[in-house]
Design a protein around this ligand. Structure first.
Ligand SMILES: [Zn+2]
Length: 56
């Protein structure tokens, strides 16, 4: 699946609204958390300072 969203950190509110379906897929099964912004994602590429989640 090709994603239009580059990073979940620093995402604009308008972009969040526009790409909500896509974002849901990124965060529904989180494996990484951003050490800076506390955002979560299934893939570390979408976070500015990805750290692997150790729980779950
Ligand atoms: Zn971040």
């Amino acid at each position: 699946m090709k994603l239009k969203i580059k990073s979940l950190c620093g995402i604009k509110k308008s972009a969040f609204k526009e790409h909500f379906d896509e974002i849901q897929l990124l965060v529904c099964q989180p494996k990484f958390v951003c050490g800076k912004c506390a955002r979560v994602a299934g893939c570390g590429d979408h976070l500015c300072k990805a750290r692997k989640l150790k729980i779950g």
